[in-house]
Design a binder for this molecule. Structure first.
Ligand SMILES: Cc1cc2nc3c(=O)[nH]c(=O)nc-3n(C[C@H](O)[C@H](O)[C@H](O)COP(=O)(O)OP(=O)(O)OC[C@H]3O[C@@H](n4cnc5c(N)ncnc54)[C@H](O)[C@@H]3O)c2cc1C
Length: 464
């Protein structure tokens, strides 16, 4: 065994495993340390299992709600089979990445690793501690659900998304703390299964930080599905009894106290980086919330040590971790790369989906960028009408030179539609270029072209 490698990576999630694959592709000798399962949060406990459960429950919802389907009310899901299916999909993907890593020549070491010095790592393996060295180190240890000062997960009444993905039985009632992507996706899954779901958010809107007009449209659509979405709710205490949790607090809107009880409560109010005890004193600088501080080349303050993905904060997204991984590895290999998040898209996989890229209207105003917006409501889309899915919109924002600087979508398949606009933002395409693109008819993507034209008062399928 070669104990000295070119690049050592701590953490085998999307950031870490992609860094290993890219480094091997560039001909470097690589070692990857992982204490749990390859694939990290995203593959094992995040992106993939949530999307499996969202897909399964969406089928149920559609069968039940499509007016022309007869007998739809009586259908149900075999929850045990769904849970087995979820794990089978996860396991298959994990095996796929392990296969790619093996073929790349990267060495995988199972165990908890710690950076003892620049280029020196100690890993606690099943056979005891091992010391490894490398020319460069990439830290990719990710994040975990944050607790509240008065509420920590107990594996029963109080859970994180990891346990909520694998509930043995569908709970009768569920309180969700936080109306971000994780809270809304988990809330949607259980609402579709009949759970009484209440989401409590301290900020004034759902999907905090998103374009307000677009988020309000999503909020309306989700409320129609029976999700109780309560904003400006400040929770200050909790009482836990077997099978029952009560959350207490004050409404910031009305100043009135509130109290909500349910069988379970899901903590989905932010995530904390896995930065504690990751490195010996003085090697890393931790910023707000414990995220590792890096420069735009993703270098920490210690030469040859990089940090990527959830560990460094910003948008906690798997594809952001992928982008970081490429930048860090290429810099470790002598290239000169910097991160560019201007066209980093995001999505919430509710029904309809929410997707976004670039500036929101509010961010543009704060930055002093004068924008004009074009909004196309799905009500005017032929394709949306055939799908009985009229709740949604496409909003395109352009600067004074007509260059597209942001876009926000609420629509079925918004997570797929947004890429055209991500390309537009990254290539600084104009309203005319996107409006003039020939879109397939009838599709939901046509509404992107119309929204771009609308911003120029040249829309053809709605009034200007
Ligand atoms: C419920 C849920 C749904 C999500 N859905 C989406 C989605 O749809 N799309 C999206 O883009 N993002 C989604 N995310 C976010 C996404 O999972 C993360 O952004 C992504 O996993 C971050 O990748 P990472 O490599 O930085 O960290 P992680 O995936 O967290 O991986 C870090 C790895 O490091 C390992 N590790 C930690 N410390 C050590 C150590 N000291 N030694 C060895 N190993 C260590 C961990 O075991 C873990 O495997 C979701 C997250 C959750 C929780």
């Amino acid at each position: 065994m070669d104990n000295n490698k070119d690049i050592a990576i701590i953490g085998g999630g999307p950031g870490g495993y992609l860094a290993a694959l890219r480094a091997a592709q560039l001909g470097r000798k690589v070692v990857l340390f992982e204490e749990d399962r390859i694939g990290g949060t995203c593959m094992n406990y995040g992106c993939i299992p949530t999307k499996y459960l969202l897909h399964q429950t969406k089928i149920l919802k559609e069968v039940r709600e499509t007016k022309t389907v007869t007998g739809g009310e009586g259908v149900g899901l075999d929850w045990t089979a769904v849970q087995k299916g979820r794990q089978a999909v996860v396991d298959r993907l994990v095996r796929g990445i392990e296969f790619l890593l093996e073929k790349s020549g990267a060495e995988i070491v199972k165990g908890r690793a710690r950076l003892e010095d620049a280029g020196r790592i100690v890993v606690e393996t099943a056979d005891g501690p091992e010391t490894r060295t490398a020319g460069a180190v990439i830290l990719a240890t990710g994040s975990r659900a944050a607790s509240l000062p008065f509420l920590a997960p107990n594996g029963a009444e109080v859970v994180t998304s990891t346990e909520a993905l694998a509930f043995a039985e569908v709970p009768k009632s569920l309180l969700v703390i936080g109306a971000g992507a994780i809270g809304l996706e988990m809330g949607s899954i259980y609402r579709r299964l009949g759970t009484d779901v209440t989401v409590l958010e301290i900020l004034p809107g759902i999907t905090p930080g998103s374009d307000k007009e677009t988020a309000a449209r999503l909020e309306r659509a989700l409320k129609k599905q029976g999700l109780k979405l309560l904003t400006e709710m400040s929770i200050s205490g909790a009482e836990i009894a077997p099978g029952k949790v009560t959350l207490k607090g004050t409404s910031l809107k009305t100043k009135a106290p509130f109290e909500y009880s349910a069988a379970r409560v899901l903590l989905a109010a932010g995530r904390r980086p896995n930065s504690e005890d990751l490195a010996a004193d003085g090697l890393l600088t931790l910023g707000r919330g414990g995220f590792v501080a890096v420069n735009e080349r993703l270098e920490t303050g210690t030469p040859g040590v990089y940090a990527i993905g959830d560990l460094i904060g910003g948008k906690l997204l798997a594809h952001k971790a992928f982008h970081d991984a490429i930048v860090a590895v290429e810099n470790a290999c002598g290239m000169n790369r910097t991160v560019d998040y201007r066209a980093l898209p995001m999505a919430v996989f509710t029904d309809p989906e929410f997707a976004s890229v670039g500036l929101t209207q509010e961010e543009a105003e704060t930055k002093g960028v004068k924008v004009r917006s074009g909004v196309f409501l799905l009500q005017a889309s032929g394709r949306a009408l055939t799908m009985d899915s009229l709740d949604g919109l496409v909003k395109v924002l352009a600067d004074g030179s007509d260059r597209i600087v942001g876009a926000h979508i609420v629509a079925p398949g918004a997570s797929e539609m947004i890429h055209e606009l991500a390309l537009a933002v990254s290539r600084e395409a104009t309203l005319g270029e996107i409006g003039g693109l020939i879109h397939i008819h009838p599709t939901l993507s046509e509404t992107i072209g119309e929204a771009a034209l609308k911003a120029k008062n040249e829309a053809l399928h709605i009034l200007n």
